[in-house]
Design a protein around this ligand. Structure first.
Ligand code: ASP
Length: 344
């Protein structure tokens, strides 16, 4: 008989874990201790599920770096005991959390599958049940005694994505996540079809958990009409170490003299790292492709290729927290560390 895989289900909060209390008509947390009674089909799966529930269940809008550190610690403490992990998490910041965990867990050789739902698990039309069962199935999937997906991933509405490539793009549809620059790692229909060519291979090295994150970062999203006052006030934020510049299209920005001067001052006088990430959900920053990105390239703005803003924030917090110099960080920003971007 094939041995059952061991899965740790980590419940952090979010819509998926809710049921409707028939007496009060309000949403209350699902009783995960009675999981097998509530979803009897789980008993037929080839895995054993243990549950770790956060003491304080949160709406994911309240996620912060301390929460990521706690989550990473739970995974580290249980890493040897389990074949895979499923993280039930609110959808709102799931892409940020999956990105953060991907950087924090270096040499990850086991699946960490984030999932959630748009409707609570306890509602008749919920998308949570399918998301949950498929996430468990994917976290347990093995070939030749090795996990098929040894990565931090998001499973949602029939598709499995690399976590640090996603954004939540829809607050209404069950199909809520997008991975504009990287193909799904698996598609689920009658069969689960893994796109093996796109899945990272295990490196069998020892897991290293990075628990220092520096949140002295900010995002400056460009828009036509942005004023010098706004740009200058961002640059002057006390303690700020890195600024993500959300640019237009292929990394383009205004060419006004005041704008270039302000960024140059930020880089040279304030020692800020400025990271150019596109506002587009697909495609890449290509500094120098248009005249409107030549100048910012020349003054030392770093191009982020096709990285998502969510992943850029997580990568910066991780790199700044790791004690690297500004030059080292700027170099790492242009190298994929966890498959978070493609170099063109
Ligand atoms: N606000 C909820 C959360 O992110 C939404 C959800 O779970 O889908 O926690």
């Amino acid at each position: 008989m094939v041995e059952k895989t061991q899965i740790l289900l980590i419940y952090t909060g979010g819509t998926i874990g809710m049921v409707l209390d028939t007496e009060s008509n309000a949403l209350k947390p699902f009783d995960f201790d009675n999981l097998y009674n509530s979803i009897p089909v789980l008993a037929n799966m080839n895995c054993c599920i243990n549950i770790y529930s956060f003491d304080q269940l949160i709406d994911s809008s309240n996620v912060n770096p301390d929460f990521w550190i706690k989550l990473a610690c739970v995974i580290e403490e249980n890493y040897e005991k389990y074949n895979g992990f499923v993280v039930l998490h609110g959808t709102d910041t799931m892409a940020y959390s999956a990105s953060a965990l991907s950087f924090m867990l270096e040499n990850l050789n086991k699946p960490i599958v984030f999932t959630g739902s748009q409707l609570p698990l306890g509602m008749v039309r919920t998308d949570g049940r399918e998301n949950f069962i498929n996430a468990i199935e994917i976290a347990s999937a093995q070939t030749d005694n090795a996990p098929i997906v040894p990565e931090v991933v998001i499973y949602f509405e029939n598709r499995l994505f690399r976590g640090n490539r996603t954004n939540k793009f829809n607050a209404e549809n069950f199909d809520a996540f997008l991975s504009g620059n990287y193909p799904p790692l698996a598609e689920v229909g009658v069969h689960i079809r893994y796109n093996e060519a796109y899945i990272q291979k295990p490196n069998f090295k020892k897991l290293k958990v990075h628990k220092k994150l520096d949140s002295n970062v900010a995002i400056l999203k460009l828009f036509p009409g942005i004023t010098e006052k706004v740009v200058r006030s961002m640059i002057e934020v006390e303690g700020l170490r890195a600024l993500i510049l959300e640019t237009y299209g292929a990394g383009n920005a205004p060419t006004d003299a005041w704008f270039i001067k302000a960024l140059k001052y930020a880089i040279e006088q304030k020692d800020l790292i400025i990271f150019n990430v596109t506002q587009c959900k697909g495609g890449s920053v290509e500094i120098g492709k248009y005249e409107t990105s030549i100048e910012i390239g020349k003054i030392g703005v770093v191009g982020g290729y096709d990285i998502t803003t969510e992943s850029a924030i997580a990568k910066l917090m991780y790199l700044l927290g790791s004690g690297y110099t500004k030059n080292e960080i700027e170099r790492f920003l242009q190298i994929p560390l966890r498959g978070e971007m493609s170099i063109i």
